[in-house]
Design a protein around this ligand. Structure first.
Ligand code: CO
Length: 660
């Protein structure tokens, strides 16, 4: 690991200097007032052709893209700044006032602003006082600016809105989610700076008052049975880092990061002998939406798009050494712009390290006492984003056998509902007395711009089908594996099916592998429910990407997000359903595979006060890409730090993991 010495690469995230220059150029050239807010500022990625033809030291385009709006007027622009020529090359006004609408994301400033607006509203104050709160209590109330969604009402149209839900806290350190104020929702116009609609249900449900804090003070008695578990790498990690470029085992890739998506993996290739073979051009999670299944006033409209409506990258945590990541850690600090367009450095935003992952391969041959075992190791590249109550970890894993995995980790605090004493909660699970958790779904979408051995890729679909009894199946044991290419975009919006074992391969039909077939990677999905909201519902229209597991599109640099450019308060229809409506050919061409996956969450007491990590994700495995198990050449070294616990301090002490 050495400090960044690499010349700028076209896919390097913007530096702090570049962010400052881009925002300054926009402010001066467009004479922006100081009410301007910079929602997203990130690298405007050069064309794929520019990237592929880049030669180190040869100079490259550097452009910044910005989503900006005026917090006084709501006027919104998409801008691009050319940092080399110092010119604003794109200045497109985005119309937020006519269909299909769409607002820039909720920014960090809004989190603070909305509390002041709501607490100044006499109607809201009256509503919470009806629920037993005093003026002093109101000072401590937590107000969350929840994205308002879109429901086709006149009040939804053309305004920059959030729905404010509130939580009682006895003191500032209290977990407000244990004390939801049910039946009071303020629709806040962030531009007008006022409450434009107030829901104050006539029926009063008491605020659950039992404290459910999770900080160390709340759990003073900790387990005494946990001894240290150290990850020791005396000779350091096995990866090398040069700027944003990482090399580990046979893998080579570039780390990227955007304000909206967070972590990006660029130009991922596998070294096969002397040859670097491309696998993925660009991989990221472009959206994550959580639709709630409770029809009551506090909840029916809740369906946060955490990437497009908040920005997963902007909300990345500064990861703590020895807490978030264990062992020999390489952190990437990520430059970013704050809401005002000032540069800042997000320290320790990305963590990279190696993990032992059990056994990669093993065989014991009892006939001749041949014993060979190799341990598996994976490279972990991860970040965590906190979006309001929930915390999401995004972990990319690269393995020594060519496997690529994405694991989303879902933790944090569930949304809560107050439930009247003695009453059941029909819309979810009870997590504590008087406290329910509305049932909901989490849908992620991974955008995988594939490049298996080059740009001419095809997706094939496969299923297991039992073969009928007959001359070619006299014992009834035969079953077939079907294979068909996905030819056009509309034909390629597909659902997983665990019963037929349906799976997909991304192959390069112009190349041949060691057994004469096109080399490929297999997409391994976990069959999980799709969008359960009804056909015709607003959320289904707005999160169309969650109605299919797999989508394939012809590569178009303008099609970047599963939910479209402006999902916040968008009327619907954008993103993947719109992209595939063109029905382009996707055979033997430059394609993007999009995978929707997730988790349907029925809340339970164990989810509170903080839920243990729930997992969702997928894998890509080499399938006819390599000529044999690529891990055969791993050294058989025995781990010298391991000990037989029965013998006093008895370390295994070197040697090998085969019969010696
Ligand atoms: Co959940």
């Amino acid at each position: 690991t050495k400090p960044s010495s690499a010349a700028v690469h076209p896919l390097d995230p913007l530096s702090e200097v570049e962010i400052a220059a881009a925002c300054r150029l926009l402010k001066t050239k467009k004479r922006l007032p100081d009410t301007t807010r910079f929602a997203f500022v990130q690298l405007e990625e050069p064309s794929k052709a520019e990237v592929m033809s880049f030669k180190p030291g040869g100079g490259c385009p550097r452009r910044a893209a910005a989503t900006i709006f005026d917090a006084k007027t709501g006027v919104t622009h998409l801008a691009v700044v050319d940092l080399v020529s110092k010119a604003v090359t794109r200045w497109d006004r985005h119309d937020t006032t006519s269909a299909p609408y769409g607002q820039p994301p909720i920014i960090i400033e809004d989190f603070f602003k909305v509390g002041d607006i709501v607490k100044a509203d006499p109607g809201w104050r009256k509503a919470v006082k009806r629920r037993g709160l005093t003026d002093k209590d109101i000072d401590l109330v937590q107000v969350d600016p929840f994205s308002a969604g879109y429901f086709g009402r006149d009040i939804d149209k053309g305004r920059r809105l959030v729905s404010a839900v509130s939580y009682y806290r006895e003191n500032i350190k209290d977990n407000g989610y244990a004390h939801p104020i049910e039946g009071v929702v303020a629709l806040v116009d962030l531009i007008a700076g006022k409450v434009v609609e107030l829901v104050d249900e006539p029926e009063i449900i008491p605020i659950p008052k039992r404290k459910r804090n999770y900080n160390r003070e709340a759990y003073p008695k900790t387990r005494t049975t946990v001894k240290p578990l150290d990850i020791v790498q005396k000779e350091g990690p096995s990866f090398t880092v040069d700027g944003w470029n990482v090399k580990w085992q046979n893998w080579d890739f570039r780390v990227g990061f955007t304000a909206r998506e967070g972590l990006v993996l660029n130009t991922l290739s596998w070294r096969d002998g002397a040859k670097a073979r491309p696998v993925i051009y660009r991989a990221s999670i472009t959206e994550m939406v959580v639709p709630y299944a409770d029809p009551t006033v506090n909840h029916f409209w809740k369906n946060a798009f955490d990437a497009g409506e908040y920005g997963l990258g902007k909300l990345a945590n500064a990861l703590e050494l020895g807490c978030d990541c264990l062992g020999q850690i390489h952190y990437f600090d990520v430059p970013a712009a704050d809401d005002m367009g000032n540069p800042m450095l997000m320290k320790n935003a990305i963590c990279m390290h190696e993990e032992d992952y059990g056994i990669l391969w093993k065989h014991y041959e009892f006939r001749n006492d041949t014993f060979e075992v190799r341990r598996s190791r994976r490279l972990v590249i991860s970040f965590f984003a906190t979006v309001g109550n929930y915390d999401y970890g995004f972990y990319w894993y690269l393995y020594q056998d060519g496997t690529i995995q994405l694991e989303a980790k879902l933790t944090g605090i569930i949304q809560t509902a107050a439930v009247a004493p003695g009453k059941p909660y029909p819309w979810g699970g009870m997590v504590a007395e008087g406290l329910g958790g509305p049932t909901h779904q989490h849908f992620f979408n991974a955008r995988l711009h594939m490049m298996v051995d080059g740009e001419t890729n095809t997706v094939t679909e496969h299923e297991f089908v039992p073969r009928p009894w007959g001359k070619d199946n006299p014992y009834g044991n035969v079953f077939d594996v079907t294979s068909r290419p996905l030819v056009t975009e509309r034909d390629a919006a597909r659902e997983a099916d665990g019963r037929t074992g349906r799976y997909w391969k991304i192959v390069n039909p112009t190349k041949k592998n060691s057994v004469g077939n096109p080399p490929g990677y297999k997409l391994i999905v976990t069959p999980s429910p799709l969008m359960l909201a009804q056909e015709g519902s607003h959320i289904r229209n707005r999160a169309g990407f969650a109605t299919k597991h797999v989508w394939v599109t012809a590569y178009d640099p303008a099609e970047r997000y599963a939910s479209g450019e402006f999902p916040n308060q968008h009327a619907g229809g954008d993103g993947l359903p719109r992209y595939i409506s063109k029905n382009r050919s996707i055979e033997s061409t430059d394609i993007v595979v999009w995978h929707s996956f997730g988790h349907t969450h029925v809340c339970k007491p164990e989810d509170f006060p903080i839920m243990p990590v729930e997992y969702a994700g997928f894998m890509l495995k080499p399938n006819g890409f390599l000529a044999e198990n690529p891990g055969m050449d791993l050294p058989p070294d025995r781990n010298a730090a391991s000990a037989d616990h029965r013998s006093e301090g008895g370390a295994a002490g070197g040697g090998s993991c085969c019969c010696d």
